[in-house]
Every structure is written in structure tokens, then in C-alpha cells.
Write a protein of this length. Structure first.
Length: 135
């Protein structure tokens, strides 16, 4: 199986269908997740966990300071960010670890406004450290 066959939205919905016999939309799946539906919660949670592991592995290769997650499903973005934070926290027990920060994009339509916020924070820090101290 490929990663796509485990973590894509169609794969999640197919898995829910295989377990429940019911075809639902992803919006409905997110509502059921929020309500604690055991089948949906397990399937979305499993996919989010796999995404967290994949992003952690990728962060070792590209060594970013931040990874910004966006998408058209803001509730799913929140689930993914939380899964990544939980996984990264578990990995802090390792003697060698990375320090990537996982953030949600700011806008709800999946745009990467979160990247803009990160750049602004860095710029403000840079400007603050560049100003000479006066006595």
C-alpha cells in the first residue's frame, strides 16, 4: 500500500465505508468525528497519525523550522496539527531530535497565510536584534 492509499480523503472514506457499510461525505465524517463516532474517529485518527509520522520523517530530510498545514477542511487541519504535536512530543524522548514546529494556516480556505505570519515573526525578531543598544 502507498501512503496515498492510507491517508487520502478518498481512502479514509472508503475505509469508513468498508467498516460501516455507509457512504458519507468528508464533511459528515468530520461531524461524526467531533461527535465521537468510534468508526470514524478510529479511521481519521489512524490517517492523522500516519500523516504525523510522514511529516516528522520529511522534517528530518528538509530540516525546516516550521511546517504549515492548510486545506479546505479547517477541522481536519486542526486534527492533523494536533496529531503532529502529539507525535513530535513523543519523539522528544529521543536523544537526537528535530525542532520542527507544526502550525495551521491562518486562513480558512487553505491559503498559506501561516507562512506570511512566520516570515513576519522572523523579520520582527531580526529587526529587534539589529537595532544597536544605546546607553
Amino acid at each position: 500500500r502507498t501512503l496515498e492509499s492510507v491517508i487520502s480523503i478518498p481512502a479514509i472514506l472508503d475505509d469508513i465505508y468498508d467498516q460501516s457499510g455507509e457512504r458519507i461525505s468528508f464533511y459528515e465524517a468530520l461531524l461524526r468525528y467531533k461527535d465521537g463516532d468510534a468508526c470514524v474517529t478510529e479511521r481519521i485518527g489512524r490517517a492523522a497519525g500516519q500523516i504525523a509520522k510522514a511529516l516528522y520523517a520529511v522534517s528530518w530530510i528538509i530540516n525546516p523550522a516550521y511546517i504549515v498545514i492548510g486545506g479546505v477542511y479547517p477541522e481536519f487541519v486542526k486534527i492533523l496539527v494536533e496529531a503532529c504535536r502529539r507525535y513530535n512530543t513523543r519523539m522528544t524522548r529521543l536523544s537526537i531530535r528535530n525542532s520542527v514546529q507544526i502550525r495551521a494556516a491562518v486562513s480558512s480556505d487553505g491559503e498559506m497565510d501561516g507562512c506570511y505570519d512566520i516570515v513576519m515573526e522572523r523579520w520582527i525578531d531580526w529587526v529587534g536584534h539589529s537595532i544597536p543598544e544605546t546607553e
